[in-house]
Design a binder for this molecule. Sequence first.
Ligand code: SF4
Ligand code: SF4
Length: 223
Amino acid sequence: MMFDGDALKNYLIGEGVSKVGYARVDVDDFPNLNYAIALVLKLPKKAIGALLSDEFKKYWDIFHKELDRLTEISLKAEQLIKDNGYDAFALTMKRNECDMEKLLSKIPYKTLATSSGLGWIGRSALFVCEEYGSAVVLLGILTDMPLESGESITDSFCDDCEECQKACPVGAINPTKWNLRLDRSDIIDIEACSQYVIDQYKLGSGCSKCLSNCKLTQEYYKK
Ligand code: SF4
Ligand code: SF4
C-alpha cells in the first residue's frame, strides 16, 4: 500500500489519536522539515469531572498519562515515516525540555493545530475544537514527507459564547475574541491568570475553570 498522507492519518487514528491535521511550516531549527503533523488527543471525561470537583492531582495524573500515550504514538509515527524513506522529528515535551521557551515559542502546538484546521484559540487563549472543547492534549511532528495542508483557521468560532470569561475568578479573560492578527495579551491578562494559578497551587489547589467550563468542553462532557 502506498504510504501517503491518508495512510499516515489512518495509522494515527488507528493508534488512538482523536484528530490529525497537516500544515506547511518554516522553522529555522528544522529548515528541511517543511510539513507539520498536528496531533489532538481527547482527554477522557473523568479528567473534566476531576476538574469540576477541584481534584487537581487526579486531573494532572490523567493528563500526564494521556500525554505519555500521545508521546509514544508520535515517536512510533516518527519511526514509521523514517521507515518509509522520509525524515521526521516528533516534537515531544522531553525533546523540547532543554529549550522549551525557544522551540515551543517558535512552533507552539496550538499554532500547529490551528494552522492545520483542527480548531481555534478560544477567548480563554486555550486551543478549542468543536468535538472536545479544550479537553485535549496536543503534540506535533515535523517531517519532509509531502502532506496536503488542511485549511488554516485564523478566526475564532466562539461566536457569542462567553462561558469561560464568566467562569474566570479573576476576570483575566478579555471580551475580545481571538484572531491570528492579535497578540495573546489582547485576549487574556496572563499575569493575572498566572498569579491566581500560583496562589491556588500554593494552597494545594489550582485553576482550570476556563477549560472545564468551556461551552464545548461541557457539551463533550455531557454527551
Ligand atoms: S486558568 Fe483560571 S484564572 Fe486563568 S484564565 Fe482560566 S479561569 Fe481564569
Ligand atoms: S467557553 Fe465559549 S468563548 Fe470560551 S473558549 Fe469555549 S466556546 Fe470559546
